[in-house]
Design a protein around this ligand. Structure first.
Ligand code: BES
Ligand code: ZN
Ligand code: ZN
Length: 532
């Protein structure tokens, strides 16, 4: 890579008002990293999902994964394998070391048929959940990678309401398990063997499920990539560029608006958060027209804080994780990409106010009073409660566009991690239909959400002495008071709020994830869009 003189940022590069100039978003300093990040040679991690008839189970292939329950039942069924191999599997299934126990793997080298047979324990048949299947698939992918193989086969075990449900989750988990974010690692690390293809044993009726799995996995992996990128690469401008590029490829309608447009609209809450940062904000709009309605059935709004320093109420520990404070917007983008590729018959509008919450002479301050897009004046309680401000204006703009229902998804409150932990999102809603569909999706997606209440008295904490509403409600029930703030802006429009703070990354492997960005929310939103 050619070395480049790093330009010194002179004060003159800032406008007289202190407002950042767009030039700052394109400084040479970033060019090398951006080149690295979008080099055409960069291979996206996409797993190819193919299908072949179950009768080919005994064919000579590099590796066949054999799912085994504790009761000895296996998928694909042992009758499809040669006698000797089947007998050996029965033996192991009865033995204590393997016994079909959840999480156990056992590698065999059969004399005939597949060159390797990987027994994968699933535990008790009745205990099999989407999450357990995902974990088993991650185990398989890890082992296949270690063996240096590029492809493996597997058959869906019985789960849910049909073979296509299980096939979907088999393909999806494999697609998610092969995700890596390694673009800034050494060439050696980047070239580690990776699985490129999963061949699913099954009949043609599984094709649609596999097609859907490939699309959802790719969309979710795109979201994970966005979450993984640090803000020195993924500024609001770069976020908008990447999203617009991908959205155009799948046929979404895209609009990207700049700071001047945001201000002309009167979205002063968004501008208040954005104006302390050297990185210019963007307002990204995606539209999917799958039905012929004149109004979007749903307006999705994602929190897109590319980095959250806390502003003047500067964060203490954990600030490095705040490159993921755009996890909600990544989920929205992922879901929109999938909606377009799946050609879902629904009209959806998606909005992302993309900003950076930074500290600067021009940054907003606690006690500032700011007029929202919808009208009400807001007293700023704490500059670290920035997400709800960007969402409030985003929601109202989506409402003005005619969205019949609204949904926002965001890494909004640390309190949601205190209440529900790092694997369960909070749902708060004023609408029965959205509640039923979102909670109904939990079992189908394996993404967990739990409802919290919106009792009226929680709003009392948001009363302001000098403005119409205050942005923060103090320590008690922080997730709920944040939602009460947003509820005010949703007005009488049916609305649901998903607080996924802490779910955008995981520090421990679970479900289909290894350590790192999860893309949490994509599957729930896709499931919702499919059900509308
Ligand atoms: N982005 C944070 C919330 C967050 C915390 C996300 C941990 C992911 C992991 C949000 O902007 C924030 O700082 N919220 C404050 C609100 C408070 C000042 C009312 C919080 O939760 O402490
Ligand atoms: Zn914050
Ligand atoms: Zn935040």
């Amino acid at each position: 890579m050619a070395s480049r003189a790093h330009p010194v940022r002179r004060p003159a590069e800032l406008g007289s008002s202190g407002a950042p100039l767009s030039a700052l978003n394109n400084i040479d300093l970033l060019e090398e990293l951006l080149e690295l990040a979008s080099a055409p040679s960069r291979k996206e991690t996409v797993l190819k999902l193919t299908r072949r008839p179950p009768e080919t189970a005994a064919a000579e292939t590099p590796l066949l994964a054999l799912f085994c329950f504790a009761d000895g039942d296996c998928y694909p069924p042992l009758e499809l394998l040669d006698e000797g191999t089947a007998a050996r599997v029965r033996e192991l299934s009865a033995a204590d070391e393997f016994g079909g126990k959840a999480g156990r793997l056992e590698l065999l080298r059969p004399a005939a048929g597949p060159r390797r047979l990987l027994l994968v324990g699933l535990g008790e048949r009745d205990d099999l959940t989407v999450e357990r299947l995902h974990e088993a698939v991650v185990g398989i992918v890890g082992r296949v990678e270690k063996l240096g193989l590029k492809t493996f086969s597997a058959a869906p075990p019985p789960l849910g309401d049909g073979a296509d449900f299980a096939a979907h989750h088999l393909g999806l988990a494999a697609g998610l398990a092969t995700f890596r974010f390694d673009r800034y690692r050494s060439a050696e690390q980047r070239e580690r063997p990776r699985v490129e293809e999963l061949s699913v044993l099954g009949n043609p009726e599984l094709d649609a499920a596999l097609h859907r799995a490939a699309i959802v996995a790719r969309a979710q992996n795109f979201a994970r990539e966005l979450v993984s990128e640090p803000v020195n690469v993924l500024t609001p401008v770069e976020f908008a560029r990447r999203v617009a590029e991908r959205a155009a490829e799948v046929g979404l309608q895209v609009e990207v608006h700049d700071a001047a447009w945001i201000r002309r609209q009167g979205m002063e809450l968004i501008w208040a958060v954005a104006r302390g940062a050297a990185e210019e904000p963007r307002f990204v709009v995606l539209r999917h027209h799958g039905a012929d309605g004149d109004k979007p059935a749903l307006g999705l709004v994602g929190k897109g804080v590319m980095f959250d320093s806390g502003g003047y109420n500067l964060k203490g520990s954990g600030m490095e994780l705040m490159k993921g404070d755009m996890g909600g917007s990544a989920a929205v983008v992922g879901a929109m990409l999938a909606a377009a590729e799946l050609e879902l018959p629904v009209d959806v509008l998606a909005v992302v106010p993309a900003v950076v919450n930074a500290v600067d002479g021009n940054a907003y301050k606690p006690s500032d009073v700011i007029k929202s897009f919808a009208g009400p004046s807001v007293e700023i309680g704490n500059t670290d409660a920035e997400g709800r401000l960007t969402l409030a204006d985003g929601l109202c703009w989506a409402r003005e566009q005619g969205a019949e229902r609204l949904l926002d998804i965001c890494t909004l409150t640390g309190a949601s991690m205190v209440a529900l932990g790092v694997r369960v999102g909070a749902l708060l809603t004023n609408d029965e239909l959205l509640r039923d569909k979102l909670l109904g999706g939990v079992e189908r997606t394996g993404e967990l959400f739990w409802e919290l209440p919106l009792f009226e008295h929680y709003a009392e904490r948001l009363e302001s002495d000098i403005a119409e509403i205050k942005s923060t409600g103090g320590k008690p029930a922080g997730t709920i008071s944040a939602a009460k703030f947003l509820e005010r802006f949703a007005g009488d429009t049916p609305w649901a709020h998903l607080d996924i703070a802490g779910k955008e990354f995981t520090d421990k492997p679970y479900g289909p994830y290894r350590k790192g960005a999860t893309g949490f929310g994509v599957r729930t939103l896709v499931e919702l869009l499919e059900s509308l």
